[in-house]
Design a protein around this ligand. Structure first.
Ligand code: GDP
Ligand code: IMO
Ligand code: MG
Length: 433
């Protein structure tokens, strides 16, 4: 890989999505991993789909941190993550098939909660039960696994090394989940005795990976290593600060990095927010700037907006500054990476919501009651399109003037500086600002 980003300081950065996920975090984390020694995931699970394009090859990671493609970099999964061992084993196998040496490079907190088959089943049942109020979850068992964690009945990685504890926990789960599982067809029934054996079968893979991640990161900091904290989902999917209840079940915002890895704020030197040049969302929930017309379809097609995890078509819409003011503030974003600018290349005009109108009043900040967003009408400022290809441009000076005006407008409004602009999915299709 070229050393385009060698001008960046080697500091500890948190990468967070500033919309509803799929902003391009995978690409940015992969790129900035070049400057880091350790890449750490702190929340979420395999609901995430982080895409990295290297040459002709596209990689999609759901659990393993996006730094794994850089030989020698260490990847860490924190206690804030919910980890499905089945998916994790599949990802390891993929790495092996690709010839990527991960031995001694992946570490997982002993306190990480595991996603079990019954979590996946319950996710499906709960989602069906919500009927027309469905969240549109990824059905990966994320919500039910976090429910068990908060209920203090989760199975943590360390538990799988203690026969008695594991057995007791599974017995308790069998009772707790019987309400959901008893009426399942045979092919969906969970065989707890088999599950116990399956879990024991994972032991030897996990044994060398289990770590006190908090201690490890603090030691790394002392040794002047640079750490990249890789957020999953986006700030609008945060369980506290997002569009509740249409959100995920973890803190996707910067605080999640602290509790999800066991560290204090002084470990973080810079917060980088990833902002897609327009907006997308997968699943249900409010989306004020959503486009239901040909323009929405055009953004989806040009941007390839289909879920990296569930393949569902993503909902598309214009950039929303009301939303971004909220997400940059709650994350204390220092710098933004603006991605997918090339997707706007052919448009005659580009709109940005600068405020909402609600009950005849001007609203510049997201209402506290996220449900009332549905009643807000976005008010747009229109920009002339640059109508020239930015795909693959690598220098800010080569960006079309009108694209620069668009970028400057966003950064000025949010009072943030850009760290990079992305002009294509590949590593080298990047402008380091
Ligand atoms: P993440 O979940 O935030 O990592 O994002 P996803 O990987 O789910 O979705 C982003 C998609 O956009 C992926 O297919 C990326 O390869 C692609 N992508 C990332 N940056 C750019 C860009 O600047 N331009 C274009 N055209 N595609 C990009
Ligand atoms: P990355 O990391 C986009 C959405 C789901 C659903 C809601 C709850 O790739 O940006 P869950 O399965 O978490 O209980 O689903 O959250 N969602 C995502 N949307 N990108 C993601 O991850 C997402 N992870 C979850 O579509 O609406
Ligand atoms: Mg994604």
């Amino acid at each position: 890989m070229d050393s385009k980003i060698s001008r960046l300081e080697r500091i500890n950065r948190v990468i967070v999505g500033c919309q509803w996920g799929d902003e391009g975090k995978g690409k940015v984390v992969d790129l900035l991993s070049q400057e880091a020694d350790i890449v750490a995931r702190f929340q979420g699970g395999n609901n995430a789909g982080h895409t990295i394009v290297v040459g002709e090859v596209q990689y999609i990671f759901h659990l393993i941190p996006s730094g794994i493609l850089h030989p020698g970099k260490v990847c860490v999964i924190g206690n804030g993550v919910v980890l499905d061992p089945v998916v994790f084993m599949e990802e390891l196998e993929t790495l092996q098939n690709l010839g990527i040496d991960y031995a001694g490079r992946i570490f997982i907190s002993a306190a990480t909660n595991l996603i079990m088959p019954y979590h996946r089943v319950v996710d499906g049942i709960e989602e069906t039960g919500r009927g027309k109020n469905g969240i549109g979850t990824t059905k990966r068992g994320i919500g039910p696994a976090y429910q068990d964690k908060v209920r203090r009945m989760g199975i943590r990685l360390a538990d799988i090394f203690n026969d008695k504890r594991l057995k007791e926990k599974l017995e308790a789960q069998e009772v707790l989940k019987s309400h959901w599982l008893s009426n399942m067809p045979d092919d969906k029934k969970v065989d707890f005795a088999k599950l116990y054996d399956d879990i024991l079968g994972y032991r030897e893979v996990f044994r060398p990976m289990m770590k006190d991640v908090s201690l490890m990161l603090h030691e790394a900091r002392k040794a002047d290593m640079a750490i990249l904290f890789e957020g999953a989902q986006g700030a609008m999917l945060d369980v506290d600060l997002g569009t509740y209840p249409f959100c995920t079940s973890s803190n996707t915002t910067v605080g999640g990095a602290l509790t999800g890895l066991g560290m204090g704020p002084s470990m973080i030197d810079e917060v980088v927010g990833i902002v897609k040049a327009y907006t997308t969302r997968v699943g249900a929930g409010p989306f004020p700037t959503e486009l239901h017309d040909d323009m929405g379809e055009k953004l989806r097609e040009i941007g390839g907006e289909y879920g990296a995890t569930t393949k569902r078509p993503r909902r598309t819409g214009w950039l929303d500054l009301v939303l971004l003011r909220h997400t940059t503030r709650i994350n204390g974003v220092d710098k933004v990476a603006i991605t997918k600018l090339d997707v706007l290349d052919t448009l005659d005009e580009i709109k940005v919501a600068t405020y909402y109108r609600h009950d005849g009043k001007k609203v510049e900040n997201l209402p506290m009651d996220m449900c009332s967003i549905c009643d807000c009408e976005p008010v747009y400022q229109t920009f002339e399109g640059w109508k020239t290809s930015t795909a693959g441009i690598t220098s800010y000076d080569d960006m079309p003037v009108k694209a620069r005006e668009y970028i400057d407008f966003i950064c000025n409004d949010l009072n943030v500086k850009p760290i990079l602009l992305s002009t294509g999915p590949a590593r080298e299709q990047t402008v380091m600002v």
